[in-house]
Design a protein around this ligand. Structure first.
Ligand SMILES: Cc1cc2nc3c(=O)[nH]c(=O)nc-3n(C[C@H](O)[C@H](O)[C@H](O)COP(=O)(O)OP(=O)(O)OC[C@H]3O[C@@H](n4cnc5c(N)ncnc54)[C@H](O)[C@@H]3O)c2cc1C
Length: 314
């Protein structure tokens, strides 16, 4: 049953989420990877080496580079008859494209999938992650968005063929005026193995540098609570939770974070949690695998110094 996977990429680089999408669906059928944009040759080459990818289809053009659904959805709708599954990450693009494509094809999209149990059986969180719903689909085609962090990435192997995808450009009334980026060398938050998260208790954007310093030592991504983001201590795209990013690291170090339900909604996939909190009764302290009780401004520098002393550096 052929599968079309929409590749995630940014600044000419394939996103690690794409390997996870391919890893998740490669048992459903032969995977065609769809790479759309401009200047995406390297993305296509990297995507072609993912195990499970049968071929890479590359659509290039200014209309596609903007990533606007008005341009991309007609192209996807044209390809759709060839595929039993059309898959995207449950990130900004997938969330925007899939419902529109579903409306065009008269299908029900199955969104935010965290587990594929059978070719027609999908698990997805509901009620902000407080319950899991199993969806059995009897549709002849399935449009899926997957939480990439919930799946293991596909490995790399021999390169699959790359084919250009001709398309008739569709002009959109919308246009991108500016893209505001957070410059960072740290790993992608949604797929990082280690995440260090900071709460509003760090007290300032300057205080957040402490969180970043610990993250650099551990080769970790940096996350933040909404309270920290709202206070202007951390950028929006660091927010983890119900209205932020969903993460599933092997280790989550939560620094001065209370553990409100809306934050927990974003970290349920974390395999181990270490909480650093002055309150041993905080919800996150109670659910953590280990808790360092005390003042974060004492504990975090001591932790960094000890890691330095031990020569731990990722
Ligand atoms: C619709 C909606 C959506 C939301 N979405 C999100 C979301 O996506 N993500 C999210 O995070 N929140 C979200 N929230 C907000 C959420 O409800 C909480 O307000 C927020 O998560 C709390 O952030 P916090 O832990 O930084 O702050 P607080 O709840 O104020 O907790 C601070 C913690 O730091 C500890 N502390 C204080 N000082 C120190 C110190 N010096 N050393 C060590 N520990 C210390 C305290 O004991 C406490 O546990 C949402 C809320 C709503 C209503």
């Amino acid at each position: 049953m052929p599968v079309l996977v929409l590749a995630e990429h940014d600044l000419g680089l394939l996103s690690p989420a794409t390997a996870r999408l391919v890893g998740a669906v490669c048992e459903l059928g032969a995977v065609d990877l769809l790479v759309l944009g401009e200047g995406v040759d390297q993305v296509a080459l990297d995507g072609a080496r993912l195990l499970g990818v049968n071929r890479v289809l590359v659509g290039q053009g200014a209309d596609l580079a903007a990533g606007l659904p008005d341009s991309i959805v007609p192209l996807l709708a044209g390809l759709a008859p060839q595929y039993t599954y059309i898959v995207a990450a449950a990130a900004a693009a997938g969330r925007d494209l899939m419902p529109r494509l579903a409306a065009k094809l008269d299908l029900m999209p199955i969104t935010d999938v965290v587990s594929i149990q059978a070719p027609n059986r999908f698990v997805r969180p509901i009620y902000a992650g407080n319950a899991l719903q199993t969806v059995v689909s009897d549709q002849k085609q399935n449009l899926l968005t997957l939480r990439a962090s919930a799946f293991r990435p596909a490995g790399f192997g021999d390169a699959a063929p790359i084919e250009p995808l001709p398309h008739a450009p569709v002009a959109s009334a919308a246009r991108i005026i500016a893209a505001h980026r957070t410059e960072s060398d740290s790993p992608d938050l949604s797929t990082a193995q280690i995440v260090v998260g900071g709460g509003v208790s760090v007290g300032s954007a300057e205080g957040f540098k402490l969180i970043e310093q610990l993250a650099i030592t551990l080769g970790a991504a940096v996350g933040a609570t909404r309270a920290a983001v709202d206070a202007g201590y951390a950028p929006n795209d660091w927010q983890v939770g119900q209205t932020g990013k969903i993460i599933a690291p092997d280790l989550y170090i939560a620094v001065g974070i209370s553990g409100a339900l809306q934050h927990l909604a974003g970290i349920q996939g974390a395999k181990r949690i270490i909480a650093i909190n002055s309150d041993p009764e905080a919800p996150l302290s109670k659910m953590a695998d280990a808790v360092l009780v005390g003042d974060l401004f004492t504990i975090v520098p001591a932790l960094i110094a000890e890691l330095d002393r031990l020569g731990v550096k990722r």
